[in-house]
Design a protein around this ligand. Structure first.
Ligand code: KIV
Length: 294
């Protein structure tokens, strides 16, 4: 009688493979991100909202996965990020974290504190951050400058790594009057620079700069030696780049922003498109200031 073991049957619904026993790479950590910056290696970041895309992006070599509240628009069909709740952020953070664990992923997970979950008090911010950290985030992100610096300091002192976010801050889109470039005139640039330095002094170790003139973003990157700038529509001079994954895969349902490049157009697979994004950022080929910045 034959002793051959039957091949395992295929798993349904795009199930991820079971975790392999040996991790292929070292997990991304804050010291590792500092080393990359010191070595002049660009940091790559993409948004991820679910287990499978998180695993694919990790395999393609993306160092940081942002569970962005852009999921309100991308996954929930909202018209802005304002309606996203903490419970929704917890659900997606847990999904991304679980997906990475299944494939022994190494990416650094950043989760957005949604609108209304940190504006009230430092204590409210801590409670909300704890929910996302317990769901698997390694770092939380919050928007705005000035009043946020003491909140950042409070969280960092309690062991929560913080990524700040200046420039176009989508949670305050109604106050800003639309999705437009920030820090363009002298007065706005001075304020943005002051906020960025205050956030670094408060302990933020990462700073997303969204739709900020390339020259200003480049200058801030040179000045902020302890806080890694991650640009989106902020030119090639930042320490790293981030895009919304669906945008760079060319499946944006609305108007594609100027700072996006469709990496799927020349790739045969989602993983290939993400690998191409990683290579382009690392080699300084994306973004191109004349095309993707102001
Ligand atoms: O929510 C998000 O995806 C973001 C990025 C656009 C930086 O904040």
């Amino acid at each position: 009688m034959s002793q051959t073991t039957p091949a395992p049957s295929a798993t349904p619904y795009g199930t991820l493979p079971p975790a392999s026993p040996l991790p292929q790479r070292r997990p991304v950590s804050l010291p590792r991100l500092h080393q990359m910056r010191a070595a002049g290696e660009k940091i790559t970041m993409l948004t991820a909202y679910d287990a499978t895309f998180a695993a694919v992006a990790d395999a393609a070599g993306v160092e940081c996965l942002l569970v962005g509240d852009s999921l309100g628009m991308v996954c929930q069909g909202l018209t802005s990020t304002v309606g996203v709740t903490l419970e929704t952020m917890r659900y997606h953070t847990e999904s991304v974290s679980r997906g990475l664990r299944r494939v022994q992923g190494t990416a650094w997970i950043i989760a957005d504190l949604p609108f209304g979950s940190y504006q009230e008090s430092k204590e409210q911010a801590l409670r909300s951050a704890a929910v996302l950290m317990q769901a698997g985030a390694h770092m939380i992100k919050l928007e705005g400058g000035g009043w946020t610096a003491p909140v950042v300091e409070f969280l960092v002192q309690r062991g929560i790594p913080v990524c700040a976010h200046l420039g176009l801050t989508p949670q305050t889109v109604h106050a800003l009057g639309g999705y437009r470039v920030q820090g363009r005139d002298e007065e706005a640039a001075v304020l943005l620079r002051r906020h960025a330095h205050e956030l670094q002094d408060a302990g933020a170790t990462m700073l997303v700069l969204e739709m900020v003139p390339a020259r200003l973003a480049g200058e801030l990157t040179a000045e902020l030696t302890h806080c890694h700038t991650i640009g989106i529509g902020a030119g090639k001079g930042t320490a790293g780049q981030v895009l919304v994954m669906h945008d760079m895969l060319g499946i944006n349902l609305g108007k594609t922003p100027k700072f996006v490049h469709n990496f799927m157009a020349d790739a045969g697979s989602v993983r290939g498109a993400i690998e191409s994004y990683v290579r382009a950022v690392k080699e300084g080929r994306f973004p191109v200031d004349e095309l993707h910045a102001w």
